[in-house]
Design a protein around this ligand. Sequence first.
Ligand code: ADP
Ligand code: MN
Ligand code: MN
Ligand code: MN
Length: 337
Amino acid sequence: MSKSKLEYIWLDGYKPTQSLRSKTKIENDFSGKLEDCAMWSFDGSSTEQAPGGSSDCLLKPVYIIPDPQRKNGYLVMCEVLNADGTAHESNGRATIEDDDNDFWFGFEQEYFLWDNETNKPLGFPANGYPAPQGPYYCSVGAANAFGREIIEEHLDVCLDAGLNVEGINAEVAAGQWEFQIFAKGAKEAGDQIWLGRYLLERIGEKYGVSINWHCKPLGALDWNGSGMHANFSNGTLRTAGSKDTFDKICEAFRPVVKEHIEVYGADNHLRLTGKHETASIHDFSYGVSDRGASIRIPVIVPAKGWSGYLEDRRPNSAADPYKVAARIIKTVKSAVI
Ligand code: ADP
Ligand code: MN
Ligand code: MN
Ligand code: MN
């Protein structure tokens, strides 16, 4: 008989930012298939998801990948359900309306590697600041790139697990990095981002380095914040062949700025200032190649005769990709073309 370790992973109920939780289930002679992952439960009173008197919440497995760092291991992403089987209010995944996987998402996840001892990003001296921004973006060398062994290990583990990472890069602030994940299907894109975050957190444990997902961990100082740009398309955008279609879909976002900002991550007013390659949180704008716009139309879209995808630059690094995708899908579907 073989014993497998299944790490059941879910999102807690903390507001405004949910965190990853997980626990291990041992299975005998496990097939490795999602359909053979049993439902499970946990104490929702310890995660802000249920009152103590009726504490059980259910874990419904929805996505599985091998766990390259653990012998006979699997990572099992779960949705949280109430005891009666309905979706828990913290369950953003259940609100995604994309059953035919028409929507493709590429998320660019930025984050800081955070030194637990100095309580600053890697690369920051214990007192004062490193040289101003400029040399760090896509840098090489010990003077400018900090924590490469961590992000390289993360990349290898993600690829070994089968996550569709499309690239990584050092970002504009010291100690700040990015990975990009793309999937055909909004739910899978969210699953993969959350699993990518999980693996990064766990690798950080080994090095005594925390992952800081906050969108502006250095406050109002002259350092970039962290985003999670959402690149998205559906069949209509991919085959539009028309500037008018792009304009109409972008315009559908204008009246619902508030609804989008509500799910684009906590404290985003600190990041969306109109500086540091962001648009102001109060405005809505879009434009070809415009990295100061709310939504950027990538330059390849007009180059390809107005077909392709859009980039919403507003979601921040701590946003829930499920909720971001659910809201974008709702707005795109509302466009009258
Ligand atoms: P930049 O840093 O210039 O904004 P990146 O290369 O970091 O761009 O990210 C671009 C993202 O766009 C990638 O994650 C990629 O998967 C995604 N993408 C490309 N084509 C599509 C598409 N048709 N639909 C959705 N996402 C797409
Ligand atoms: Mn990028
Ligand atoms: Mn970036
Ligand atoms: Mn981008």
